[in-house]
Design a protein around this ligand. Structure first.
Ligand code: 13P
Ligand code: SF4
Length: 316
């Protein structure tokens, strides 16, 4: 059996020989993040893919993220994924036919699709958003238009709260983020009074925490942020202790960016098994074989690209 160190050496050699850009999400295993050229959130990864000139991009994350990268790259570039079965419970909450039915009931509405959706669903949408820009995207839309927001009800509720816009929200959720109870957050904050609290807006408790904060029930205001926003915040903050409410893979980039600070996971059980499907042996295999390749057929690709481009134009 090949040792992890030997695999990493071979991966680096192949990466150089084939001129491959390696992108990785903040939730993948530490050893995968450590071989990547760029580690970030959905928005950052999309931007890197769009800017890239590399002939090959290895996308170490779940399928919808690799699909988004493929849509943003040129025809002469290829996007590879270590395991095409790495899905997303949230993206699976809505299909293109279900969205078409929903749109038929709201013919004048604008559709905002969270990036955690399939290319087919993006193709049926007017504009995409990520956790880093959802409030900004919704605020940019004409005030006289109804909005259909999908597929995350907790992100949607949080966006309503911070923008004051009322929306129709699809009742979807991520199985990793949905179950964290606000009581757990409150008790952690009371236990660690000096800690700052970082919360991903996909968390079921994000909106309740905003409410608890507004009525003075929390010792300090929580910071609701994308995974990339969390990494930026801990670098800039004077704080030294942070409670972190999102998938536990984020602890690796947080510790790397602020090695002397303390990070407490809100729950050790917040693990996305799809992100963890990306392993060193699979990375090595895909680099050697040049497959599996991610491909989105036309006209889905162009329609989905229009929705992603509209998002990128708002958040330059
Ligand atoms: P970020 O864009 O904040 O990294 O979130 C992606 C995701 O899948 C959260 O579960
Ligand atoms: Fe999807 Fe949830 Fe995993 Fe994020 S943590 S990739 S939303 S299943």
């Amino acid at each position: 059996m090949t040792s992890p160190r030997a695999m990493v050496e071979r991966i680096k050699q192949l990466q150089k020989e084939k001129d491959i850009l390696i992108l990785a999400h903040n939730y993948v295993r530490p050893e995968i993040q450590d071989i990547a050229d760029y580690v970030g959130d959905s928005l950052g990864l999309s931007r890197q893919a769009a800017l890239s000139d590399h002939p090959l991009i290895l996308f170490c994350a779940v399928h919808f993220m690799a699909e988004t990268a493929e849509i943003l790259t040129r025809a002469d570039q290829t996007v590879l994924i270590p395991d095409r079965r790495a899905g997303c419970s949230l993206a699976d909450m809505i299909t293109a036919p279900a969205l078409r039915d929903w749109k038929a009931k709201h013919p004048d509405a604008l559709v905002v699709a969270y990036v955690n959706t399939s290319a087919d669903v993006k193709a049926e949408s007017d504009i995409c958003c990520t956790s880093a820009n959802a409030a900004q995207i919704v605020s940019s839309l004409p005030h006289d238009r109804e909005i259909l927001f999908l597929p995350d009800m907790f992100l949607g509720a949080w966006v309503e709260e911070v923008t004051g816009r009322k929306m129709e929200i699809w009742p979807g959720e991520c199985h990793v983020h949905a179950t964290l109870p606000p009581d757990r957050i409150k008790s952690l904050m009371v236990e660690h009074t000096k800690a700052e609290f970082l919360i991903h807006p996909e968390c079921g408790c994000s909106t309740q925490c905003l409410y608890l904060d507004s009525v003075g029930e929390l010792p300090s205001s929580p910071i609701v942020a994308s995974t990339g926003g969390m990494v930026r915040h801990v670098k800039e903050s004077d704080g030294t202790k942070f409670i972190v409410a999102t998938e536990t893979g984020i602890l690796h980039p947080l510790k790397k960016s602020a090695p002397h600070k303390v990070f407490i996971p809100a729950s050790e059980e917040m693990v996305c098994q799809f992100m963890k499907m990306v392993t060193l042996p699979k990375v090595l295999k895909v680099l050697e074989a040049g497959a599996p390749v991610v491909s989105v057929p036309e006209p889905t690709r162009s329609k989905a690209r229009a929705a992603i481009d509209r998002m990128l134009a708002v958040t330059v």
